[in-house]
Design a protein around this ligand. Structure first.
Ligand SMILES: Cc1cc2nc3c(=O)[nH]c(=O)nc-3n(C[C@H](O)[C@H](O)[C@H](O)COP(=O)(O)OP(=O)(O)OC[C@H]3O[C@@H](n4cnc5c(N)ncnc54)[C@H](O)[C@@H]3O)c2cc1C
Length: 203
C-alpha cells in the first residue's frame, strides 16, 4: 500500500480544499491512537504536509482523521473571554489563522456574526469544530506520490544479521521491499542503507 502519501477528498469537500490550496496550518492530526503534531497543507486534491503524510501510514481505508487546528490554544476560553465583544467571528478567528483560511472555514461551518450574539453552547460548538475537525478522505494520491510502501517481505522470514531469507539460501532482501516503514525524517533511507550494508557484508 502507498504510505507517507497525500490524502484526497471527493465531492463538495474537494472544492473547499481547492479554495484553500497552498495554505498550511500547524496542527495535531490523529487517527486512532496515533497522533502527529506538524503542519498540514491544503492541496487542490485534498490534504498533504508532514502531519498528513505521517498519519497516512496508519490510516486504514475509509477511516476518518481528526485534526486539532489550534493545538496550542483553548479556543473556547478565548471565545468566552471575548463574549461581550462586537468583533465578527471570522475576524476574531483571523487572529489565529491565515485570513483566507478563516474566511473559507467559517463560511463553511458557521454563520459569522458578532461574538456577543453567540450563546455559550454555540461558542463551545465552534471551538469543538476547530479542535476536533473530522475529515473523511476518499483515498490517497497513490504510488505516484507516495514516499514509501507499506507492507512487503515479512521480517520474521529474514535473518536480522544478514537479511538472508530463512527459506532460500543465498536470497537476500533489503530496503523498501521489506515490511519496514519509517516515519518521515530519513528513517527510510537509513533502513535501506543499513540493511544493504548488512547484506553486503554477508555476500
Ligand atoms: C518522492 C520521495 C521522497 C522520499 N523522501 C525520503 C526522505 O526524505 N527520507 C527518507 O528516508 N526516505 C525518503 N523516501 C523513501 C526512500 O527513497 C526509499 O525508502 C529508499 O530509496 C528505498 O531504497 P531501496 O534501495 O530499497 O529502493 P529504491 O531506491 O526504490 O531502489 C530500487 C532500484 O531498483 C531498480 N529496479 C527496479 N526494478 C528493477 C529490475 N527489474 N531490474 C533492475 N533494477 C530494477 C529501480 O530502478 C531502483 O533504482 C522518499 C521516496 C520518494 C518516492
Amino acid at each position: 500500500m502507498p504510505a507517507l502519501v497525500p490524502l484526497t477528498m471527493a465531492g463538495d469537500d474537494r472544492n473547499i480544499f481547492g479554495e484553500l490550496s497552498g495554505i498550511s496550518v500547524d496542527s495535531m492530526v490523529s487517527c486512532g491512537k496515533n497522533k502527529f503534531r506538524e503542519n498540514i497543507l491544503f492541496t487542490h486534491k485534498g490534504l498533504s504536509g508532514p502531519a498528513i503524510l505521517q498519519i497516512s501510514s496508519y490510516r486504514k481505508e475509509g477511516e476518518a482523521i481528526s485534526i486539532d487546528l489550534l493545538p496550542e490554544k483553548n479556543l473556547f476560553e478565548l471565545l468566552s473571554e471575548n463574549n461581550k465583544s462586537k468583533i465578527e467571528l471570522t475576524n476574531f478567528i483571523s487572529n489565529y489563522f491565515p485570513k483566507r483560511f478563516a474566511e473559507v472555514f467559517c463560511d463553511k461551518y458557521f454563520l459569522s456574526k458578532p461574538l456577543n450574539q453567540y450563546s455559550q453552547k454555540q461558542l463551545l460548538n465552534i471551538s469543538d469544530t476547530f479542535h476536533n475537525w473530522k475529515v473523511k478522505p476518499s483515498g490517497t494520491e497513490g504510488f505516484d506520490k507516495a514516499e514509501v510502501t507499506l507492507g512487503g517481505v515479512d521480517t520474521n522470514e529474514l535473518s536480522s544479521k544478514t537479511m538472508e531469507s530463512k527459506k532460500v539460501k543465498g536470497l537476500y532482501f533489503i530496503g523498501e521491499v521489506v515490511d519496514v516503514t519509517g516515519w518521515l525524517g530519513g528513517y527510510n533511507f537509513q533502513w535501506a542503507w543499513a540493511s544493504g550494508f548488512a547484506a553486503g557484508k554477508a555476500v
